[in-house]
Ligand binder design. Structure first.
Ligand code: SAM
Length: 524
């Protein structure tokens, strides 16, 4: 890779277009009516925000900094002699070596921290072997930072934003920066958890594809020291005066749309009868997943394989579920266990060819790094239980950016197994699956789930979010609670705590006759 592009990468270098910087300043003036005494652009690049700020805020002192001396020179010559009503100083400086506390302490009045910090993550910098990172000791000692390091990867802009937040503790000011929408939410969480100074938050969504050619959800993130409201207002565009919705904490988690959540929060609740699970995990697709090639099976190593059918199941992946391709499978998966930790030695008797295949490829399976496989029977899989092998399921991909539930039945009389990016509920009958599908795809369910899902997350849909939906409450909302009680009456807990449907009770007509008994049993 050319040196120039490596530098662009490691310095997260996406210069803000002039018109976007101007629009940002207009938004701050129109919606926030500020007149800052001092404006700081901590990584000003070629100076788009310096020029826009000088045009918009006459009389403000403007301080710009950037690590790149060519940019600093360019920014300086672009302002020299043009903005007589502003004192402007632009200097070369590495953000991580600058004594910001000293600088800020000596600045009077209302401070606006403005700009567009580097768009790069710590893991990308690791790949590039770059030193453009906060010093480790300083970094790890920071309040609230454990949460970031715990993730293993963090956006440099997130770290910088938390520093800006610290600079404004105990003084008047505003932060207005362009960043990923996900970074704004992480900072919001950090402020709430660990910071003494609280802020009002505003998020103006911008189209990063148009402005920066970047495929990421981005925003102008504004934090003001005055606390006007606890939630963070979200504006769909920079030119809007009215927020479209408000993000806030509700019941221990951050919800995307407070009004929609409040409308449907009576549908939130644990449902012990229908538990969302994630698909199976084996971490060795080359050996465990087999492509159907005519009458043959081919593994990921390109070998044609002949195996007994008893441990093979049709596999559907996120892409199949997301695209509703559920009638046919392209792959089979070896499910070596019926429950986590089950002894696998019986495979040698039940399916000698499968046992030989697994033994011959044991080196691939033994290489699996995750600690979950340590001290477990050979060829173990995870995310497996009685629920894996029921014939009927409702599935949704955690990766797709759509609430797209689908009923999945057996393929060639075999229950379907999903990969671990799919979430599903399991049922023993098509009727029950269809009934729950009606609930989960209803308008109230969609609106409640939508109010909690941030679609820009890598995995926007999680089992944690899905599990917040109470099917009982939903059935009551849709006035079909009797059917719900019929079905749960038909479920009994096995000794292992797995949910099991009594075969004799599968029939809806039969269940309808049990209505009164259910009531008497105190389920209603
Ligand atoms: C996303 S660009 C934005 C530039 C400018 N703020 C704008 O809006 O056009 C990020 C800038 O951060 C600068 N930068 C990267 N690492 C830095 C560091 N450690 N200290 C100071 N500036 C840095 C880059 O040189 C680049 O100009």
């Amino acid at each position: 890779m050319a040196k120039k592009s490596i530098d662009k990468w490691q310095f997260g270098d996406f210069q803000t277009p002039e018109n976007l910087a101007k629009e940002v300043i207009e938004t701050l003036k129109r919606n926030h009516a500020i007149q800052p005494d001092v404006i700081i652009e901590p990584s000003c690049g070629k100076g788009a925000f310096i020029r826009a700020a000088a045009c918009g805020f006459s009389g403000s002192k403007i301080l710009g900094f950037d690590i790149n001396d060519q940019y600093v020179a360019e920014a300086n010559s672009s302002v020299n002699g043009f903005f007589s009503s502003n004192e402007i100083q632009i200097n070369q400086s590495d953000f991580f070596d600058t004594n910001w506390e000293y600088l800020i302490k000596n600045l009077p009045g209302y401070i606006l921290i403005l700009g567009n910090p580097p768009w790069v993550t710590s893991s990308e910098l690791g790949l590039l072997n770059s030193k453009n990172l906060p010093a480790k000791s300083n970094f790890q000692n920071r309040r609230g930072i454990e949460a970031i390091t715990g993730l293993g990867n963090f956006d440099i802009s997130e770290w910088m934003l938390l520093r800006y937040v610290d600079w404004l503790s105990n003084r008047q000011g505003m932060i207005a920066i362009l960043c990923k929408y996900s970074v704004a939410r992480k900072v919001m969480r950090q402020i709430r958890q660990g910071r003494v100074t609280q802020f009002s938050g505003y998020i103006y969504l911008i189209d990063a594809k148009i402005h920066f050619g970047a495929s990421v959800d981005a925003c102008l993130f504004v934090l003001t020291v005055d606390i006007k409201h606890s939630g963070y207002e979200v504006y769909e565009r920079l030119d809007l005066k009215q927020a479209s919705y408000v993000i806030d904490d509700r019941d221990g988690f951050i919800v995307k749309n407070v009004d929609a959540y409040e409308k449907w929060k009576h549908l939130v609740g644990q449902d012990p009868h229908y538990i969302w699970r994630s698909g199976a995990k084996h971490d060795c697709s080359d050996v465990m997943e087999l492509e159907l090639v005519g009458n043959y099976l081919r593994n990921g190593l390109g070998e044609l394989v002949d195996l007994e059918s008893n441990y093979l199941y049709p596999l559907l992946k996120s892409s199949d579920i997301g695209n509703r391709r559920v009638k046919l499978n392209r792959r089979m998966v070896l499910m070596t266990q019926k429950s986590v930790g089950e002894d696998t030695s019986s495979i040698s008797e039940n399916a000698p060819k499968t046992w030989r295949y697994l033994s011959e490829h044991s080196s691939y399976l033994e290489k699996r790094a995750s600690s979950i496989y340590k001290n477990k029977p050979p060829f173990s899989v995870f995310g497996v239980g009685e629920y894996t092998f029921t014939e009927w399921k409702i599935a949704i991909s955690g990766l797709y950016k759509k609430l797209n539930f689908v009923v999945v039945g057996p393929i060639n009389d075999r229950p379907v197994v999903f990969d671990d990016t799919v979430y599903f509920l399991s049922f023993y009958s098509a009727e029950e699956a269809e009934f729950i599908y009606k609930l989960v795809s209803s308008k109230p369910a969609s609106e409640l789930l939508e109010s909690m899902i941030f679609w820009d997350e890598k995995r926007p849909i999680t089992s944690e979010i899905l599990r917040r939906l109470s099917f009982k409450a939903l059935a009551q909302e849709l006035a079909i609670e009797e059917q719900y009680f019929h079905w749960i009456q038909a479920i009994s807990k096995s000794s292992q705590g797995q949910l099991k449907l009594r075969i004799a009770e599968r029939n809806l007509a039969y269940l309808a006759r049990q209505k009164d008994d259910v009531k008497k049993a105190g389920c209603i």
